[in-house]
Write a protein that binds this ligand. Structure first.
Ligand code: NZQ
Ligand code: ZN
Length: 392
């Protein structure tokens, strides 16, 4: 195993009505003027935004609001949020929504606390030295951004989707009420379950440094998400299944399922970010569409992990050869994706890239990762292109 640091400073309040704690916690973390940041309007329609405003009114905490964070959140709105915060002397951010609203809020927080152009961080030009404190009221179980150090933003110019990670951006608190996720479209629920699984799988398929305890947590998490994703497919209002998936989402991306490993593979995520940037697809669906092609391309370089995954997670009986066992595990997961109506190819995802677009995505991906990426197998630009081509 490798040495590791595990840092999860986020205070979690989990259960029905958790949003009622927002005022108390904003005060606890020193907030005096709040920006409530949200997405395209689901929190308006559900009445959640109004309830949150009532909670802040009752606590005597002044606030301004900014909606409009879209899936694959845009840089332009981040700039708008930064200006608003400066103008209104905002000192605390409250994201109400999913990964897009949370990530957009993190970016606003970096912009206000550091000055200069916030895109510099996403362009790897400099590192953030601070972030405005951030709280989250989560409405979709998916990205784990409510506890993670990451924020993913898309710059309109050139359609470049990039992630930036810093402990400064980790939320101070996350309020998680599983009932809030019951209004999700089925497609978003399934996208979320896929993303949750992928955050653990990116950490699982590595060469070196694996620990039994981390594997046991990871494998248990993956089995739990699959089981409850099927329950939610048939009964979206099942509270316990919503709760299992919601907590899994946080644990899957707060570092827990990677302790001791070499840091993870992350190639599927990097490839998906190109799809999200160019075609604006839902993140989880993009991951499902690319994963099988990635797995078939790399499994021989990481065979023991693929065999372990097949047996311990997908319940595959060991076949004659390890290669066969590994391939059955890959097929098993693709079957699972299909069973929750997730795509397993770009065509099923609804995109039909030209050869030039595939080459462009591979090139941008290679540039974004500094040439090479991956732990299961190191991938260069030509490998990225081969995986994109195989996933068509
Ligand atoms: O925008 P609204 O109107 O709120 O609608 C959203 C959006 O259309 C809707 N929704 C959310 N909660 C709902 C709801 N609809 C009804 N009822 C509810 N309770 O669902 C749609 C998706 O929302 P979004 O926030 O975009 O989803 P998600 O949480 O999957 O976030 C995706 C973004 O996060 C990034 C992705 O790349 C993508 O840009 N990621 C962020 C990560 C991180 N910060 O750690 C890690 C991930 O790997 C990922 O890259
Ligand atoms: Zn993800």
């Amino acid at each position: 195993m490798y040495p590791f640091q595990y840092f999860t400073p986020t205070k979690v309040v989990f259960g029905k009505g958790a949003e009622a704690q927002a005022g108390r916690l904003i005060r606890e973390f020193g907030g005096k003027k709040v920006l409530i940041h949200y997405g395209g309007g689901s929190v308006v329609r559900s009445g959640l935004l109004k309830r949150v405003q009532d909670v802040l009114d009752a606590a005597g905490i002044p606030y301004v609001t900014l909606g409009g964070a879209v899936p694959n959140p845009r840089l332009q709105l981040v700039y708008e949020g930064i200006e608003l915060c400066k103008r209104e002397n905002v000192d605390f951010l409250l994201a109400v929504g999913g990964g897009s609203a949370i990530d957009s809020a993190k970016a606003i927080g970096y912009g206000v606390a550091n000055g200069g152009d916030v895109w510099d961080f996403y362009d790897y030009k400099r590192k953030a030295e601070a972030c405005l404190p951030l709280g989250v009221i989560l409405t979709i179980a998916a990205t784990g951004s409510e506890m993670s150090d990451s924020s993913v933003i898309t710059r309109e110019e050139g359609l470049i989707k990039r992630g930036y990670s810093s402990d400064h951006g980790r939320p101070r608190f996350a309020l998680m009420d599983p009932t809030l996720t019951m209004t999700l479209p089925d497609y978003q629920t399934a996208c979320g379950c896929t993303d949750i699984m992928m955050h653990t799988m990116e950490r699982y398929f590595t060469n070196g440094g694996n620990m039994q305890i981390t594997d046991a947590i990871a494998e248990g998490l993956l089995r739990t998400v699959m089981k409850n994703a099927l329950i939610l497919r048939d009964d979206p209002k099942d509270y316990d299944a919503r709760a299992e998936v919601m907590w899994a989402g946080s644990l899957s991306h707060n570092g827990l399922t990677g302790c001791g490993s070499s840091g993870g593979d992350w190639a599927t995520h990097k490839l998906e970010h190109e799809l999200g940037g160019l075609y604006d697809v839902a993140h989880g669906a993009g991951l499902a569409a690319i994963w099988g092609s990635w797995a078939r391309y790399v499994y021989k370089s990481c065979l023991p992990r693929f065999v372990q995954f097949a047996v311990n997670v997908m319940g595959v009986a060991p076949a004659e050869t390890d290669e066969q066992t590994a391939l059955r595990g890959i097929e098993g997961l693709e079957d699972f994706f299909r069973s929750i109506h997730m795509p397993t190819s770009l065509r099923e995802l609804g995109v039909d890239p030209t050869e030039a677009e595939l080459a462009d995505m591979a090139h941008k991906c290679a540039v974004g990762v500094g040439g090479e990426m991956g732990s299961a197998r190191r991938l260069r630009e030509e490998d990225m292109l081969a995986i994109f081509k195989a996933s068509v």
